[in-house]
Design a protein around this ligand. Sequence first.
Ligand code: NAD
Ligand code: DAU
Length: 339
Amino acid sequence: MMSKTIIVTGGAGFIGSNFIFYILKKYADYRIICLDKLTYAGNLSTLKPVMDNPNFRFVKADICDREAVYQLFEEEHPDIIVNFAAESHVDRSIEDPGIFLQTNIMGTATLMDACRAFGIERYHQVSTDEVYGDLPLDRPDLFFTEETPIHTSSPYSSSKAAADLLVLAYYRTYGLPVSISRCSNNYGPYHFPEKLIPLMIANALNDKPLPVYGEGLNVRDWLYVEDHCSAIDLIIHKGRVGEVYNVGGHNEMKNIDIVKIICKALDKPESLITYVTDRKGHDMRYAIDPEKIHNELGWLPETKFEDGIKKTIDWYLNNREWWEEIISGDYQNYYEEMY
Ligand code: NAD
Ligand code: DAU
């Protein structure tokens, strides 16, 4: 396989960092440049294990900053762009949508403009199953396919859907070689502790209340983060240009059941569970049909939920410093200390 240069945007966040580790381990001759703004969700200490790798470079920049993005393309002549950079938290988008529109839509356009200006082999957009809206709880026979209409609920999912439409427009109008993956909920190491699973682990370990929205009956389709990375790896190398691929592992679970599993694993009482006001516009059920990526690219998830959640809980137990620094806000000083 020929050596390639990949720009990974948002690589100081949860999935992007896992993807960088995955690619550097698998392809010894690939060069990875991480472009990240280091928002509240980006944590440079996450990338410590690869900072000294000669095949890795970190660049602090905003994907909306046209000058910085173009300069990086000029310096590095990337073959592939994988765009993870986004504002990713639904609750924050409900509080303040503006930055979601800016980063998720305008940032995507800026990256693709650079791709057009400099030429690339592939632009890959990391999207989400949330663009399909939700499914009813009483229709377990229904799943999201790539043909399911876009039908968004939150400012976050609307901004991701707008970006997807823009990506497909750049393919049709300019012939930009694009692909899109729409994945279900990820979990695993380096997941920011504002999201359900890491928040519940951190709160339980601190004997703090476990805030479950509504009745906790909403269903999410959980996938171990490494399985998402392997799907993107296949799509950027073998997936068809102009195509959307759904990614999910047929692992639907109710929120309340996840929280109870975490209590049990940490030997904490379920009395910590506190039912709180529901999220506005809360999607009921997500469920991906992954037939297309399975049939076309042979992708299958490797990690069963019982193994993945155990690995995840062990990781949070063994890396308390990582999430405690986030909760205390100390991690935000890390960048200043590094440079
Ligand atoms: P995250 O919030 O953990 O990380 C986002 C990263 O993007 C951070 O490092 C942040 O600093 C960076 N970033 C934000 N704005 C930026 C900007 N303007 N310029 C440069 N960098 C910027 O997010 P995540 O959970 O790792 O999600 C990554 C991507 O995957 C997102 O596009 C998200 O929509 C998508 N996705 C996430 C999930 C999930 O379950 N977490 C599932 C499907 C798809
Ligand atoms: O489906 C993919 C999406 O998954 C990604 O596109 C998003 O970036 C990612 O954040 C995630 O969105 P969710 O809204 O599904 O994830 P979150 O962890 O915020 O919430 C999961 C479920 O748990 C949801 O039904 C809301 C509920 N919840 C969440 C939190 C933070 C609670 O009950 N209590 C909480 O404190």
